[in-house]
Design a protein around this ligand. Structure first.
Ligand SMILES: C[S@@+](CC[C@H](N)C(=O)[O-])C[C@H]1O[C@@H](n2cnc3c(N)ncnc32)[C@H](O)[C@@H]1O
Length: 247
């Protein structure tokens, strides 16, 4: 028997009934899930903002969502709560980041009930699941990836994108932005050969557009999403891009 099942049996049914609705409220992350937030540098509030942006892109409860770089599930838990069964997949090579969340009694029950799935791959490729996704979400992933990983990301995220689907990803544009990002000194790509963490990698918008084009994707830059995000999280002044299939 799974350890969490044993614990669940120890909780009196009357207490379970009283606590469940409180924990199920949207936007609530139970205490203890905030660690190892120092590694990812985000929290449940960042997760709420990411979910809100996905909704602005048209995500509804019956959408299918792939989160690439799901970390310790700051957005993931809220998405799993929001979405219907079997609609969420999280990808992250650093399984240890989500381990504590997965061990949490409430979260593990939610994940099991909602049949959320996880993959520990580092090539952004979730195609082995055979699922097509209406949305792919990545916050603070392209902003750290090597130059060559941008194309790998777009190819593999594109491969699993449903017709009419969108990839919503944050990135750090070399040009900088009006919300606190300086960009690179010369406004050129940083051309990093490896994953930069906690450092930042930078891409010119023109580089992103041409890379996306090679992958059959179009790009829309959304400065209004940065404006929205920094109102609550002034230091998370990433640029936001939406990729879709070329018609
Ligand atoms: C700054 S954290 C952001 C986590 C999460 N998206 C959030 O907003 O809380 C960057 C995440 O990217 C993950 N990551 C690193 N390399 C990756 C790869 N090749 N594919 C997918 N995720 C990766 C890290 O493990 C980490 O969880």
């Amino acid at each position: 028997m799974h350890l969490t099942d044993r614990f669940r049996k120890l909780i009196p049914p009357a207490l379970k009934q009283r606590v469940k609705p409180l924990l199920r409220q949207e936007w609530v992350l139970p205490k203890g899930l905030e660690d190892p937030k120092r590694f990812v540098g985000t929290d449940g509030v960042s997760g709420q903002l990411q979910l809100e942006l996905l909704k602005r892109e048209g995500c509804t409860r019956d959408s299918t969502v792939l989160e690439i770089g799901c970390g310790n599930l700051h957005a993931g838990i809220l998405l799993i709560q929001y979405l219907e069964k079997s609609r969420y997949v999280g990808v992250d090579p650093n399984k240890w980041l989500r381990r504590k969340t997965l061990k949490n009694l409430w979260a593990s029950e939610l994940i099991r009930e909602k049949q959320a799935r996880f993959l520990s791959v580092d090539n952004f490729d979730a195609s082995k699941l055979g699922t097509r996704f209406d949305f792919v979400l990545s916050h603070s992933v392209l902003s750290h990836c090597a130059h060559w990983q941008l194309e790998q990301y777009l190819r593999n995220a594109g491969k699993v994108l449903a017709p009419g689907g969108h990839i919503l990803a944050s990135i750090c544009l070399a040009e900088g932005n009006a919300y606190g990002s300086s960009g690179t000194p010369d406004k050129e790509d940083s051309m990093d050969e490896t994953w930069q963490y906690p450092g930042i990698s930078w891409f010119k918008l023109a580089t992103v557009i041409s890379t996306a084009g090679r992958c059959g994707l179009t790009v829309v830059h959304k400065p209004e999403y940065t404006e929205f995000y920094v109102k609550t999280r002034p230091l998370e002044c990433h640029d936001w891009l939406v990729f879709s299939w070329m018609r």
